[in-house]
Design a protein around this ligand. Structure first.
Ligand SMILES: Nc1ncnc2c1ncn2[C@@H]1O[C@H](COP(=O)(O)OP(=O)(O)OP(=O)(O)O)[C@@H](O)[C@H]1O
Ligand SMILES: [Mg+2]
Length: 265
């Protein structure tokens, strides 16, 4: 069975969903290289063209159709909105199939996202699909059709109350859409080990997340190198060593401990 894993946060933007979704996709593609033709699909649903797909597109500028073209009916087959990024690692090819969102306009029939996802799954037979979701008011509209197809979710928050509260509310919404959905340990991103306690409540941030979401989080460090690290992971697979970036190390730990055991079942 294909794993379908949206990376979500609440209404708060910039929590690191894209960074995490792309890095997880790269790690999975690396581990699953040569195990099947298209082991990893990354659905980029970021509004305003999306960041994940931009990173993967790199210098590949020719995009014929976007997800938005499909949602608005300009193209009927959602497979036309998918692109392939591949890397050669030794003798093996590492591959990620990804979508380009385009400018997703309001009022488009979002239920079609479900069909796009199913078509991609039927045709490509991926082992895992990661979904990079947008923030803002779009969250719930976008999440409804996607969550109904999801097997797990990766919740992401940053070290602040509004981010954690809005994440908790979206996780509750998701549990309402699909009872029994597997909410994986949340990621508490941009965490600074020197300041583990919230000064306003005197509680540890990790505890606050655990109480709000109901599952104990993993922390990903705040990391000045993240921008470089992102480039390293996403574009060339490590222009810098992962050990130079604490955040990348933390993401690798999450992948190894939480995701890989599910993927490799
Ligand atoms: N652990 C980290 N340490 C430092 N910077 C980070 C970290 N994680 C993400 N960032 C930076 O924060 C910014 C926002 O990250 P990202 O785009 O992944 O968030 P997002 O949740 O996808 O945002 P949006 O809601 O706009 O889609 C980026 O510049 C990214 O490089
Ligand atoms: Mg994003």
């Amino acid at each position: 069975m294909t794993l379908v894993i949206p990376v979500i946060s609440g209404t708060k933007g910039g929590t690191g969903k894209t960074t995490i979704a792309v890095n997880m996709s790269v790690l999975a593609a690396y581990r699953l290289r040569s195990s099947s033709p298209y082991p990893v699909v990354l659905l980029d649903l970021g509004v305003d063209n999306g960041t994940a797909s931009k990173v993967l597109l790199g210098s590949l500028t020719k995009v014929n159709y976007t997800m938005s073209d499909y949602l608005t009916g300009r193209v009927n087959n959602p497979l036309y909105t998918l692109y392939l990024k591949s890397w050669l690692i030794g003798g093996d090819e590492m591959r990620i199939v990804f979508s380009v969102p385009g400018n997703v306009v309001e009022g488009v029939p979002l239920f079609k996202l479900k069909y796009a996802l199913r078509t991609a799954m039927d045709y490509l037979k991926p082992i895992v699909v990661f979904i990079d979701t947008p923030s803002l008011g779009f969250t719930r509209q976008f999440l409804e059709p996607i969550v109904s197809e999801a097997t797990h979710v990766v919740p992401v928050a940053t070290v602040d109350h509004s981010s954690i509260e809005s994440l908790a509310s979206v996780v509750n919404f998701i549990r309402g859409v699909k009872g029994g959905i597997n909410v994986l340990p949340p990621i508490l991103n941009m965490f600074d080990q020197r300041y583990p306690v919230d000064p306003t409540t005197g509680k540890e941030w990790v505890k606050i997340v655990e109480e709000s979401v109901g599952v104990k989080p993993y922390t990903v460090a705040y990391d000045k190198l993240m921008y470089t690290a992102r480039q390293a992971m996403e574009v060339e697979l490590l222009k810098i060593a992962p050990s130079e970036s604490q955040a990348v190390m933390d993401i690798v730990k999450y992948f190894n401990e939480v995701l890989w055991p599910l993927i490799n079942k």
